[in-house]
Design a protein around this ligand. Structure first.
Ligand SMILES: C[S@@+](CC[C@H](N)C(=O)[O-])C[C@H]1O[C@@H](n2cnc3c(N)ncnc32)[C@H](O)[C@@H]1O
Length: 199
């Protein structure tokens, strides 16, 4: 499922960069995602990879001599802490006209109020044009909790429904242009050989 999620989000990111004329990507909780090194990206695109100190340190160590396909900036921040998250967003969005924010795999680590605060931060940032995230459906939560060996009862995923999160993200326009793609549905339609796993 993680490989399918990666492949699906690869497509969503590259399509959004072209369609929405994105100049900055802000990847919150990037982990060891290597998209700036392996996707076909415009050379002028700025890409911020943000995570905790050990992840960013290890990532820089491993990728230190690799050539990114765009302007890559690793950044450390505690994304659960409002002040630190807003500071990181300010740094990454400085000079951005049209930014794409990615939170793949982050929301289960946050409590519901932190998810709401993040959605509000993004909504009121004028440069934030697109937000791509994964959300767990209610019926997939027990299975995922089992895989991660972690109870998700206290985390943001329970109350951060698609509709509620989308509403928080687009209060200005009143209209929500949220598009949903099912990871499970994509997995069923995708033959294993059509998935490239180069992370
Ligand atoms: C499931 S991984 C997802 C990594 C990557 N986005 C991906 O999909 O492969 C979750 C990531 O969230 C990061 N993370 C969790 N809580 C965080 C926090 N409070 N501040 C910064 N990063 C955090 C972890 O360090 C980890 O890299």
């Amino acid at each position: 499922m993680v490989a399918v999620r990666t492949a699906l989000i690869d497509q969503l990111v590259t399509a959004a960069i072209a369609r929405d004329r994105i100049d900055t990507v802000v990847n919150l909780a990037c982990g060891f995602d290597t998209r700036p090194f392996r996707l076909e990206l415009p050379a002028h695109l700025r890409w911020f990879d943000i995570d905790g100190p050990p992840i960013i340190a290890r990532k820089c160590e491993v990728l230190g001599r690799a050539a990114p396909r765009c302007r890559w900036h690793p950044l450390v921040a505690d994304l659960a802490a409002g002040k630190a998250r807003r500071e990181a967003l300010r740094t990454a969005m400085d000079g951005a006209q049209r930014a794409l924010v990615l939170t793949e795999g982050l929301l289960p680590y946050l409590h519901a109020d932190q998810v709401s605060a993040l959605a509000t931060d993004l909504a009121f940032n004028p440069a934030c044009t697109v937000w791509i995230t994964d959300l767990l459906s209610a019926d997939s939560q027990p299975r995922v909790a089992q895989i991660y060996r972690k109870p998700f009862a206290a985390s943001g995923i329970r109350s951060a429904s698609v509709q509620r999160t989308a509403r928080l993200f687009s209060p200005r326009s009143g209209s929500q242009k949220s598009r949903r793609r099912s990871i499970g549905g994509t997995a069923r339609r995708t033959s294993p050989t059509s998935c490239t796993m180069t992370r």
